[in-house]
Design a protein. Structure first.
Length: 100
């Protein structure tokens, strides 16, 4: 019988478990921030810089796989020369690769 009483939980305040829970949530948030949120923000900044630095004459590939040379630029669109004097207008956001 003494053995059963020794395994019974001891009475006390639960303040320690609240602090450890908050620390655990903080650690999980920090992990998510440094492994998911921050790299996505960095990649978005690099992409925005890539699209803002487009110039006439740059060779590009669109997200649809079309290869061409920039013949003209507007605020949100680009005019691509895809060969044999064929030009198409695409959104700047559709450009995925730039080869200068």
């Amino acid at each position: 019988m003494e053995f059963l009483f020794a395994m019974a939980p001891q009475g006390g305040d639960g303040g320690g478990s609240l602090v450890s829970t908050l620390i655990m949530f903080g650690a999980i948030f920090a992990i998510f921030y440094f492994m998911i949120i921050r790299p996505q923000q960095k990649k978005a900044k690099e992409r925005e810089k890539l699209l803002s630095e487009l110039q006439k004459g740059d060779k590009v590939v669109t997200s649809g796989g079309i290869h061409g040379t920039i013949a003209g630029l507007e605020e949100k669109t680009a005019l691509l020369d895809i060969g044999n004097n064929v030009k198409i207008k695409v959104e700047r956001s559709a450009i995925s690769v730039v080869n200068k």
